[in-house]
Write a protein that binds this ligand. Structure first.
Ligand code: NDP
Length: 284
């Protein structure tokens, strides 16, 4: 039976370490680091994510400022807000909570955020910096958290076969690049992959970021693999679940993340880490 990777505990420990950095920052520079969160509309899931991010800021000692804008907000108003925040020297990190209402175009807004304040790491500059192994850049939070969870098992990624299922710009592609930075041999699968199970069965480390309940079952996993389940889905009873069929996979693998309590808390902890990093750069 697999050991559970306790993302919540690892994230809490990380936040505790950040508290010291945030308090040193406040003492040295006479203000706390600051994260600005922009949310448009009333999407309930987004509201929960924003609340969790603000709570984490309070816990770590980071100032948070949130803009809860109405559904009717225009693209041009968001452009002006981003422009204003880019100039605000006390705004160290800026993030736009996604998804935005369909009228608005996030692809045109994210490039407007100063890359040094892009704590989600979604901009072309920051993604490009990841390709170039530039460690000063802000990398995207969920992939950073996934790598921490994998390393927490004690596995040495060098030469291991890591399979990533999903190729989004936010999770699949950046996590594949990070696994490569750790010298894993990386394969990326997606909706057009033929015989997904044949590929996933060869994985020493399997990262699944798809958004399909129970896509990965026990017969698709190698004995002793490390399995990271990024997916957030609701089952028929409305209960949160991942992309991995936990019971059958946990019987075969060595380590597995739960949903909830795995990748989710780490994403927020890495957002706090990125905000701290952006704040330090901002005052240099
Ligand atoms: P996207 O929808 O952007 O990407 C999903 C990917 O899965 C695509 O690359 C798609 O392939 C691939 N895919 C779809 N169906 C299959 C299939 N049957 N077999 C193999 N691959 C398939 O999702 P995200 O990457 O943004 O998110 C993935 C999941 O992770 C979601 O459930 C999301 O909610 C969750 N998530 C969780 C976070 C957390 O903090 N815990 C943070 C971010 C996301 P193709 O490109 O060919 O369409």
């Amino acid at each position: 039976m697999a050991k559970i990777i306790d993302g919540k505990a690892i994230a809490n420990a990380l936040q505790d370490r950040l508290k010291e950095q945030a308090s040193y920052f406040a003492m040295r520079f006479g203000r706390k680091p600051k994260l600005v969160v922009i949310m448009v509309g009333e999407d309930p899931a987004s509201a929960v994510y924003v609340r969790n991010k603000i709570r984490a800021c309070e816990n770590v000692g980071i100032n948070s400022e949130s803009y809860r804008l109405p559904e009717t907000t225009e693209q041009s108003e968001l452009e002006s807000l981003i422009e204003k925040l880019n100039k605000d020297e006390t705004a160290d990190g800026i993030l736009i909570q996604l998804p935005l209402p369909s009228r608005l175009d996030a692809k045109k807004l994210i490039p407007l955020i100063d890359p040094k304040k892009d704590v989600d790491g979604f901009s072309a500059e920051n993604l490009g910096a990841l390709v170039l192994d530039d460690k000063r850049a802000l990398y995207s939070c969920t992939p950073l958290g996934i790598i921490q969870l994998i390393l927490s098992t004690g596995i040495d990624l060098t030469g291991k076969h890591a399979v990533v299922v999903g190729r989004s710009n936010e999770v699949g592609k950046p996590v594949a690049l990070m696994l490569l930075q750790h010298n894993a041999t990386v394969t990326i699968c997606h909706s057009k992959t033929v015989d997904l199970g044949a590929v996933t069965r060869t994985a020493d480390v399997l990262v699944v970021a798809v958004g399909r309940e129970k896509l990965i079952t026990g017969d698709m996993v190698k004995e002793g693999a490390v399995v990271i389940d990024v997916g957030i889905n609701r089952d028929a009873n409305g209960k949160l679940c991942g992309d991995v069929d936990f019971d059958s996979v946990a019987e075969k693998c060595s380590f597995i993340t739960p949903v909830p309590g795995g990748v989710g808390p780490m994403t927020i902890a890495m957002l706090m880490t990125n905000t701290m990093k952006a704040a330090k750069r901002n005052v240099q």
